[in-house]
Ligand binder design. Structure first.
Ligand SMILES: [Zn+2]
Length: 190
């Protein structure tokens, strides 16, 4: 049992798995942050969309709580790196603990690659994959610089892998587009 990994096309989807996970909270520094992981089924859907959808067994309220804790640890750790601060030891420990629980592996399925989840809780294994990706990404194994989005109130973390490291927004289709429109409005007003 496993799920096909999907090749992302948009600039957001091209982001590392662990940073896409942190983006399940948006508008973090506004009066109305939005968390799209409110129910266990939300997490099941996210994992499936990320190509990590095994059997949804064992995905309950408790695992959702742990998943959100892991997500926030990844967010804080990534933000610390982006702001050249030392990451919190508890966040680092949580990411490492999760990464160490990974018992999933990938196989060739003839058309691409599929995750296999041999353990008793595929959802737990899927989160361990996300944590392992955080180890790689935050540990500097991917080319690019971790940055905080310059969009108003967004503060999403993203990996800038452009040649000149000039990227300022988590996504051109949301924050980048909004900033462009704002700049245009200012020019027109002048
Ligand atoms: Zn943004």
């Amino acid at each position: 049992m496993g799920a096909r990994e999907r090749g992302g096309r948009s600039d957001t989807e091209a982001q590392p798995l662990c940073l896409r996970f942190t983006k399940t909270v948006t508008a973090r520094e506004t009066a109305t942050p939005k968390d799209s992981l409110l129910r266990p089924s939300d997490l099941a859907e996210w994992l499936a969309a990320a190509g990590l959808g095994g059997r949804p067994s064992g995905l309950d309220e408790e695992l959702l709580r742990e998943a959100r804790e892991l997500r926030e640890s990844i967010y804080r750790a990534a933000r610390a790196i982006a702001e050249a601060r030392e990451m919190d030891g508890a966040d680092r420990d949580r990411i490492n603990d999760w990464a160490g629980r990974n018992d999933a592996y990938r196989v060739l399925d003839g058309a691409g690659v599929t995750w296999r989840f041999p353990g008793s809780s595929p959802a737990r294994s899927a989160l361990a994959i996300v944590a392992g990706d955080a180890v790689d990404t935050l540990g500097g194994l991917r080319a690019g610089t971790i940055k905080v989005c310059a969009g108003t109130g967004c503060v999403a973390v993203f990996l800038d892998a452009t040649r000149g490291r000039f990227r300022r927004w988590c996504s051109m289709s949301t924050c980048g587009n909004r900033a462009k429109k704002d700049a245009m409005r200012v020019r027109r007003a002048q």
